[in-house]
Design a protein around this ligand. Structure first.
Ligand SMILES: Nc1nc2c(ncn2[C@@H]2O[C@H](COP(=O)(O)OP(=O)(O)OP(=O)(O)O)[C@@H](O)[C@H]2O)c(=O)[nH]1
Ligand SMILES: [Mg+2]
Ligand SMILES: [Zn+2]
Length: 336
């Protein structure tokens, strides 16, 4: 039976929808044609939106997963016991924050760490800029990240079309994933950029049998053809469900340290080579906090993530099946 290459464009739990990949006239690979429901043999293959699948079709609308092609990257959340895939093969994370309701700075910090650890871009979007009462509070929380060089854009998905247009250049040709808490406006931004997204979302919901209102599935949308191509590609937006927890227990201590941009100049300069930046004498990271070069919240976040990572390691040693269960996920790099 013929094997087809297809893009995983929507996932809800272990239910996947895919669309065949076709070579477009401009040379880029684009998903098109009927939605295919993908069945997964066994429990081994965990797919994420953005994955390229090899499928064996049983009908126009149904296929069996044969293989997931190697990924450039895989974004996921994890604690000691379980992982939740967000998206694969992405170029950048769009962290969506809002002036109201107030957002969690901890979650912003974690999204930044996830981007750095995967060596992908990150763009902070402060949405609902029309609600001016709380905008200064939001700006203050974002300011340390702007200082570290992460791009920040203030937008209003509902009331300022120009604020969205200004970002076309930052999106074009790239696969971007919208992440953030529920109610920040991820889906509203998507609908602002991709005119038919709301209707397509509706269709996916019916096919995946999810609820209708808040976002429960991850979904992939190509950017409008009218924007043109960059690097020979249209680019895409992936909408994801809002979350309150962004566990990064799968990152090793070494990966974590390197994911904090502003630690870079100090790593390896502490008195002890295995310094945990806790209470050790001669810690250069703590020194930089004292000198107000590194924000105390960032060191606190690092310590929290380090502790989560170690808890996960001890759980994994205790429960041998955990690692096996997630055997398709990348494992921690060796080191500390
Ligand atoms: N005032 C204002 N409200 C907005 C704006 N963008 C979105 N909203 C409102 O914020 C609420 C949440 O928007 P959604 O787009 O559903 O948020 P979401 O991040 O996709 O939420 P989940 O799917 O639950 O993760 C809705 O009531 C929107 O109408 C904006 O720019 N200004
Ligand atoms: Mg949504
Ligand atoms: Zn140190």
């Amino acid at each position: 039976m013929a094997i087809n290459r297809a893009l995983l464009i929507a996932s809800y739990g272990r239910h996947y929808l895919a669309q065949k990949l076709h070579q477009s006239a401009n040379g880029y690979q684009a998903p098109s044609g009927p939605l295919i429901e993908v069945t997964i043999p066994g429990k081994r293959h965990l797919g994420a939106v953005g994955d390229i699948l090899q499928l064996e079709n049983s009908s126009t609308h149904q296929a069996r997963l044969v293989k997931i092609e190697p990924r450039r990257n895989l974004l996921y959340r994890s604690d000691a016991f379980k992982s939740k895939l967000i998206a694969a093969n992405v170029d950048q994370i769009l962290v969506v924050l809002a002036t109201q309701p107030a957002f969690s700075p901890d979650l912003l910090g974690r999204a930044v760490v996830a981007a750095e650890a995967n060596q992908i871009g990150l763009h902070i979007l402060l949405n609902k800029s029309d609600l001016t009462d709380s905008i200064d509070t939001a700006r203050k929380l974002i300011e340390p990240y702007a200082r570290m060089g992460y791009p920040v854009s203030e937008v209003s998905a509902k009331f300022d079309a120009h604020s969205l247009e200004r970002l076309h250049g930052a999106l074009k040709g790239k696969v971007s994933v919208l992440v953030g808490q529920s109610g920040m406006g991820k889906s509203s931004l998507l609908n602002g950029w991709v005119p038919n997204a709301a209707a397509v979302t509706q269709e996916y919901s019916v096919r995946l049998d999810t609820g209708k209102h808040t976002t429960t599935a991850c979904r992939y949308f190509e950017l409008p053809k009218t924007w043109g191509v960059a690097d020979g590609k249209l680019g895409a937006l992936i909408d994801s469900p809002g979350f309150q927890e962004f566990g990064l227990a799968h990152l090793s201590v070494s990966e974590l340290q390197h994911a904090f941009r502003e630690f870079k100049d100090y790593l390896g300069r502490c008195r002890f080579h295995n310094c945990a930046h806790e209470t050790e004498p001669g810690c250069m990271i703590r020194q930089a906090v004292t000198e107000q070069i590194i924000a105390p919240e960032r060191l606190a976040l690092f310590r929290q993530l380090r502790s989560d990572s170690q808890t996960a390691d001890s759980q994994i040693m205790g429960i041998a099946t955990t690692r096996q269960r997630w055997s398709t996920l990348p494992t921690k790099s060796s080191g500390q």
